[in-house]
Design a protein around this ligand. Structure first.
Ligand code: AMP
Length: 283
């Protein structure tokens, strides 16, 4: 039976009971405004676990002071329906007061990995993410937690957190779900005007362009980055935050490509900041 739980204490007690009965708990943390990307994670959790808990929490700690926390979409009823239809048993939807009661002052920080790229552009972002995920893990006691490759650096930060805190949690990273024209699904796509939405396809187009260049033998990062930047700037609404080619574990820039590389992008389309990435095998 599908249930919505708002109390952390009740969620923790439910999870504890399930663990005592040796149930496998699959956990999918989200900020809501669910789309097919989120649903693919819930379905993957459904396929491998006895019980699926999805969480819905727009985490104030991971937004900067001038970011979109207030206007982040919160279509709660639709989210509950979608989570249920995708196979969630429990939707854990606490309030901020519930998760961070008066006097809350603990944080979790994944230091080096959390300071690069997204962390550099959004100071404190990954501290907010790591803190809330550590809390959610503690409350929901998952056997396996599911994350999207769409937020590749975030997935690595959580992987590090699980390893560093010796948490007995497995982690699955699932492929980015895209719109038919290639744009990575994101709750923030809803902010785009029709014209910006058309231009937003440029992110995936430049990733595919770089992938094709690598496949046809390009082994130098510099000309690739330059080509990606040039192509991005051809979209009038686009303003580049960063374009990076990095090794895929620590996200350090590479100059000569070999093995496997990650292509990372953060681009403003008008007032909306979008990210995307692609992992490419260099053969
Ligand atoms: P969010 O609600 O944006 O915090 O995302 C919750 C989870 O869904 C994270 O693990 C994201 O990486 C994942 N996610 C978001 N968009 C996509 C997508 N297009 N494809 C796959 N996973 C996604």
């Amino acid at each position: 039976m599908f249930q919505i739980i708002r109390s952390a204490r009740r969620m923790a007690a439910t999870a504890e009971r399930l663990r005592l009965r040796r149930k496998r708990i699959g956990f999918v943390p989200t900020m809501g405004a669910l789309h097919e990307g989120h649903c693919s994670l819930i379905r993957a959790a459904r396929a491998k676990n006895d019980v699926v808990i999805a969480s819905l929490f727009v985490n104030p700690l991971q937004f900067g002071p001038h970011e979109d926390f207030r206007r982040y979409p919160r279509p709660f009823r639709k989210d509950a329906q979608m989570a249920r239809a995708a196979g969630a048993d429990v939707l854990f939807a606490p309030s901020a007061k519930e998760l961070y009661p008066e006097g809350f002052q603990t944080s979790v920080e994944v230091e080096k990995l959390g300071r690069r790229w997204e962390g550099a552009s959004r100071p404190g972002h990954f501290r907010g993410v790591a803190t809330v995920v550590a809390l959610l893990f503690e409350i929901t006691r998952p056997t396996c937690a599911y994350f999207g490759q769409k937020d590749y650096q975030q997935a690595l930060v959580i992987q590090r957190l699980i390893a560093d805190l010796h948490l007995p949690i497995k982690m699955a990273i699932l492929p980015t779900v895209r719109e038919p024209d290639g744009l990575a699904m994101s709750s923030r796509n809803a902010y785009l005007t029709a014209d910006q939405r058309r231009q937003a396809t440029v992110l995936f187009e430049v990733l595919r362009w770089a992938q094709a260049e690598i496949r046809s033998g390009q082994r130098q990062a510099a000309p690739l980055i330059e080509g990606m930047r040039r192509r991005l700037s051809e979209a009038p609404a686009a303003r580049i935050d960063y374009v990076a080619i990095v090794e895929p574990r620590h996200l350090e820039p590479v100059w000569r490509l070999r093995g496997r590389v990650a292509l990372l992008l953060a681009v403003w389309i008008g007032a909306t900041r979008l990210i995307d990435n692609l992992l490419v095998d260099v053969r």
